[in-house]
Design a protein around this ligand. Sequence first.
Ligand SMILES: C[C@@]1(CC(=O)O)C2=NC(=C\c3[nH]c(c(CCC(=O)O)c3CC(=O)O)Cc3[nH]c(c(CC(=O)O)c3CCC(=O)O)/C=C3\N/C(=C\2)[C@@H](CCC(=O)O)[C@]3(C)CC(=O)O)/[C@H]1CCC(=O)O
Ligand SMILES: NC(=O)c1ccc[n+]([C@@H]2O[C@H](COP(=O)([O-])OP(=O)(O)OC[C@H]3O[C@@H](n4cnc5c(N)ncnc54)[C@H](O)[C@@H]3O)[C@@H](O)[C@H]2O)c1
Length: 213
Amino acid sequence: MDKCYPISVRLCGKKCLVIGGGRVAERKIISLLECSARVTVVSPELTERLENLVAAGHLVYRQGEYDTDDLQGVFLVIGATNSDQVNQKVAKDCFERNILVNVVDDPLSGNFFVPAQVRRGSLSIAVSTDGKSPMFARRIREELEGLYPPEYSELVELVGELRSKVINEIADEQQKAQILKQMADGDLMQLLREGQYDRAKELVKDAYYRSRG
Ligand SMILES: C[C@@]1(CC(=O)O)C2=NC(=C\c3[nH]c(c(CCC(=O)O)c3CC(=O)O)Cc3[nH]c(c(CC(=O)O)c3CCC(=O)O)/C=C3\N/C(=C\2)[C@@H](CCC(=O)O)[C@]3(C)CC(=O)O)/[C@H]1CCC(=O)O
Ligand SMILES: NC(=O)c1ccc[n+]([C@@H]2O[C@H](COP(=O)([O-])OP(=O)(O)OC[C@H]3O[C@@H](n4cnc5c(N)ncnc54)[C@H](O)[C@@H]3O)[C@@H](O)[C@H]2O)c1
């Protein structure tokens, strides 16, 4: 198979459609909602958690079986029914309309996979085996969770904030590049490996304030 092209897609406000309302659909819907997508689910029935999300107004529900008309104005689709035939039809309809589609029971019939991921605020680490072994992806994700604990979230925010300042405040291109490099240099990674998060933050701030005199 050809290599997949990894991207991070912004789904804020985008209309996403999930076909099927079972366990797998639930997992995918929750991660779409976390990315502020506008999600519609089409299924004869829903899990209890999905019912609660509908009742709370976080999710639009069309009760019934998949129909091609459901694809109108949709940016991304997940085919998550337990019927291979229905999932295949969803994939075919999406291909004809150039819509992004993920098929949960037959990876190669869609045009994207959903990777296992570690989220630390704006830092995301995605693991995919191109559908070859979801369990292997899960195991690697679990290992990465230990290597990149929640403290990384604050650090990434801090680096992002100071990076914007450097870009706005410093005109000299060479000096700019040098400070940005210092803000993420070898010592920083060593401190992080040792779990010294406060000292790591100080190092980043120092690199910035030294540059400002
Ligand atoms: C990463 C994660 C994200 C998510 O789903 O949101 C995800 N699967 C996860 C878990 C998981 N899935 C399965 C098991 C049971 C053990 C096993 O079978 O290995 C476990 C383990 C568990 O549950 O812990 C069963 C399974 N999965 C797929 C099939 C169909 C097939 O392979 O044909 C079957 C067999 C169904 C059956 O017939 O029973 C297919 C896909 N699953 C994918 C993603 C995509 C490929 C990702 C990649 O490139 O590696 C892909 C292609 C579709 C897609 O893009 O969604 C999530 C990690 C959660 C985490 O991080 O903990
Ligand atoms: N991608 C993954 O990570 C992964 C993991 C486990 C299983 N799977 C596969 O995913 C599929 C779904 O698994 P599940 O545990 O969520 O199944 P499930 O039986 O819990 O849910 C299936 C849902 O699809 C709905 N549905 C059936 N026909 C429909 C139609 N015509 N239109 C709309 N909705 C319809 C059902 O009402 C139900 O809500 C299975 O085929 C399973 O083999 C994938």
